[in-house]
Ligand binder design. Structure first.
Ligand SMILES: C[S@@+](CC[C@H](N)C(=O)[O-])C[C@H]1O[C@@H](n2cnc3c(N)ncnc32)[C@H](O)[C@@H]1O
Length: 203
């Protein structure tokens, strides 16, 4: 399978080359708590949790968090962050294309794991997101917008891979998912791109 593998990501953490890391939770988490989309008690997965800022914010908000990453360095950073703040979550070192929850989840918080996967993996990942959630559950999707000029030549460059809204819609189609009407909030990312914040309901 083309695209980055576990060793690629492990090296990025070991060499501290993690420019995607905001050193803070994703800014839209606070907005989703404020409007009630996120609230205490929800069973929530954070795939590709990285160094754990989002997992910590969700755990501090009272959510029952499962943080998943297939890189041991990421899981260890997340563990240390949770311990340092007296918070807790389930930590799972696993491939998001293989992991399954023990029972269906209320929420998936998707922050730059999808765009870390080569598009060949996207159909399998979209199927996973659907399988993880209970009917009526929510996918909180931060869809990375990083279109490059090379795309006009048909090149597929990344990570991060541009999450073209047409591709995302094809992989999360109505009627399997209920989509909100656009425009979706565009959240700046420190590396200079933006993410579209979209709440999709799993039907
Ligand atoms: C770009 S980083 C984002 C980390 C974090 N979500 C953030 O926003 O800071 C992508 C993360 O996904 C993890 N990852 C990539 N492919 C994965 C896979 N197939 N299974 C589990 N984790 C994966 C990487 O190890 C890395 O921690």
């Amino acid at each position: 399978m083309p695209g980055p593998d576990r060793d690629f990501w492990q090296r990025r953490f070991e060499q501290r080359q993690t420019p995607w890391d905001r050193a803070a939770p994703g800014p839209h988490i606070a907005a989703w708590f404020a409007e009630g989309t996120l609230r205490a008690g929800l069973r929530i997965a954070v795939p590709g949790c990285g160094s754990g800022h989002d997992a910590l914010a969700l755990a501090q908000g009272g959510c029952d968090v499962t943080a998943i990453d297939y890189v041991s360095a990421a899981i260890e950073l997340t563990r240390q962050r949770l311990v340092a703040h007296g918070a807790s979550a389930q930590l799972v070192e696993a491939d998001v294309l293989a992991w399954q929850p023990t029972s269906p989840l209320d929420v998936v918080y998707e922050q730059t794991c999808w765009c870390a996967l080569h598009p060949d993996n996207w159909p399998a990942y979209a199927a996973q997101l659907h399988a993880w959630l209970r009917p009526g559950g929510a996918l909180l999707l931060m869809a990375m917008q990083c279109r490059r000029d090379s795309a006009s030549e048909g090149r597929i460059d990344g990570p991060p891979y541009h999450m073209d809204i047409n591709a995302v819609r094809a992989l999360l189609p109505d009627p399997q998912w209920a989509w909100p009407a656009p425009p979706h909030a565009a959240v700046p990312h420190p590396v200079g791109w933006t993410e579209l914040a979209i709440v999709l309901k799993r039907r």
